[in-house]
Design a protein around this ligand. Structure first.
Ligand code: IMP
Ligand code: MG
Length: 174
């Protein structure tokens, strides 16, 4: 089955939005150091681009999680595949995600990270699909709200491919 990628958000649009978010975070965290927690693998491209545009001191850490349960019926219980290297205690933490979909993974993850005693904890996502939300999650910084379509690029994959596209696209099948 042949696949084509239809552009939804161009590289220029995504870059401009990341610049804006970077400026906003730099303002909001003036005088502080911000600790970015990237949710692998999808959040990695966004986090790197965002971190380059933040002007306050930045430290980085990474974690990888997987959902228990089948692909279609995520239980919302998250297994930590790779935990953070450093404690969060006293840090001003921003969790960086590629996309918030049902919200199940993130609501579980945020509760877990809150228990580690950060000074503050916020969520920043490149994309948000509000129509798909099952669990309420407060998003502090959103790049784009998008319709309920399966997207790839900028870290997002279809069967582990297309993460490297420098734009956001929709997979179409012939
Ligand atoms: P949820 O919010 O717990 O449903 O899970 C969100 C996760 O599902 C994201 O971090 C992505 O890994 C994946 N996901 C959701 N929608 C898409 C999409 O349109 N393209 C690629 N991955 C997606
Ligand atoms: Mg993800």
């Amino acid at each position: 089955m042949a696949e084509r990628i239809k552009v939804m958000l161009t590289e220029e649009e995504v870059d401009a939005k990341i610049q804006q978010i970077g400026e906003q975070i730099s303002k909001d965290y003036a005088g502080k150091q911000v600790h970015l927690v990237c949710v692998l693998k999808g959040g990695s491209f966004f986090m790197c681009e965002l971190a380059k545009r933040i002007t306050v001191p930045v430290s980085l850490d990474f974690m990888s999680v997987s959902s228990y349960g089948s692909e279609t019926k995520s239980s919302g219980v998250v297994k930590i595949v790779k935990d953070l290297d450093e404690p969060l205690k006293g840090k001003d933490v921003i969790v960086i995600e590629d996309i918030v979909d049902s919200g199940r993974t993130l609501s579980y993850l945020l509760e877990m990270l809150k228990d580690r005693g950060p000074a503050s904890l916020r969520l920043c996502t490149l994309l948000d699909k509000p129509d798909r939300r099952v669990v309420d999650v407060h998003v502090d910084y959103t790049g784009f709200q998008i319709p309920d379509e399966f997207v790839v690029g900028y870290g997002l994959d279809y069967d582990q491919r297309y993460r490297n596209l420098p734009y956001i696209g929709v997979v179409e099948f012939d």
